[in-house]
Every structure is written in structure tokens, then in C-alpha cells.
Design a binder for this molecule. Sequence first.
Ligand SMILES: [Zn+2]
Length: 251
Amino acid sequence: MKNVKPCSIIPPTDRQASYNAAITENPSNASNNASNNEISILGIGDYQKLWKPGRELKIRFLEDVSSSFLRAFSQAITHWIKHVNLKFLIVPKGDADIRITTVSGDNKSMIGTDALTFDQNIATMHLETTPSDEDFESTVLHEMGHALGYLHEHLHRDATIPWNREKVYEHYFENYGWDKQRVDENVLTPYSGAIVDTEYDKHSIMHYEVDKELTDGVWEVSKNTALSELDIKMAKRTYPEDPNDVPWKNL
Ligand SMILES: [Zn+2]
């Protein structure tokens, strides 16, 4: 089995602040069910964390990175950029919406507007990959997907993956030191959210690679290395050219 380091989501520290930031940025992020706007009972996926379509997103690296890294990074995120109505600007200093560290040894990210609830010196995205890695582009695309507000596809409520739970716990503990709770949150527990109404997509860049040794021995997902057709459809729908097109309400 390959030992590619899995991604984990950086959760908000303050759920109410997360919700407030999300709906202030983009009112269509609100829960579909008005009576469920009580943050204490909202689950992951009950509200979106999408940026306001048409806005500019500033990206800043918290440490110096080489010009070849910047080139490769910019090249990779182009695959998202061409499908979303957002402007991207990499800034060398000053405030930024997406703040990236490359020295933590992890691949992980906050989800969309959660980045607004943290101080400017806190990284919103961690990248441990370099352009010479085979997985560089797919890793950047996956983490940038989170930064755009997209969740893990293998936790889609319709995924119904036949996990071998004991093997999953063992695998993630032995290879990455993840405890049961981290495995539950990032691998095994589907989102309950009612607002996430896209079709489950095995080919999504937001899906973990799933080895059949961790399932019933048959079910597997090989590594997705590019945006899928449904990823592109989601990008266009969540960041529409016409900002009056509200993405989630008409499904
Ligand atoms: Zn991820």
C-alpha cells in the first residue's frame, strides 16, 4: 500500500464565528432549513462556507518559497480558477484570505470562509508537497478545493463505503499516528448535512484514495489526479458567472 500522507480538515475553533463569517460573506451559505439556524444543532455540511462569487481571494505564503514552486502552484490552481468566478492574487505580504505554510509536514486546510475566523498569522492551508513530487498537482488541487469550500467526497452521505473499520483504525494509527477520533472525523463518519446535495462522485479530486485492503476487499478508489466532470460542474455552480444564481437553493 502506498504511504501518501492523507489530508485532514482544520476545523473552526469557534462554530458560531464560523457560521457568522459564512453567511456574512455569502448569504446563500445559510442553512436550507430556517428553523435549524441554531448553530448548536447544525452538523458539518448543514451550511456552506463558500466565498462571495466575483470576489478576489488573496493568497500569501507564510514562508519564502522558490519562484519555481510559485510557478508550479499557480499552474496547478489554474484548473480550478478557470471554472470559478473568483479572482486570485498571490501577495508577498499584507493581509490574505488564504495563508499557506509549507514547513509543517502536513497536507491540510480550512474549509472556505472558516479562514476569516483566524488571525492573519495562522496558516489556513498546509502543503508538504514540492513540485518534483508526482502528487504535487493533485495535492494542491485537493487542498485548494477545501479552501474554496468543498468537503471530503468520501464522507458524502451517499458514499456508503464498505469500510473494514478495524483495519482502517489500524492503518491510520500505524502509518500516521492518527487516533480513533481523527479517523472517525476524516475517514469514517459521513456528513449529515442536508444542504450538500451534489451527486456522490468517486472520481472527485476531493475523494481519498481507498485501498481495497481497507474495505470489503473489492471496493476501492484509485488516486484521483485531476478535477472530475462533477468537480467542474460543482465549481461552476458554486461560483457562477451571474452572482444572482444562488447555487444550492434550487436543487
Ligand atoms: Zn482533504
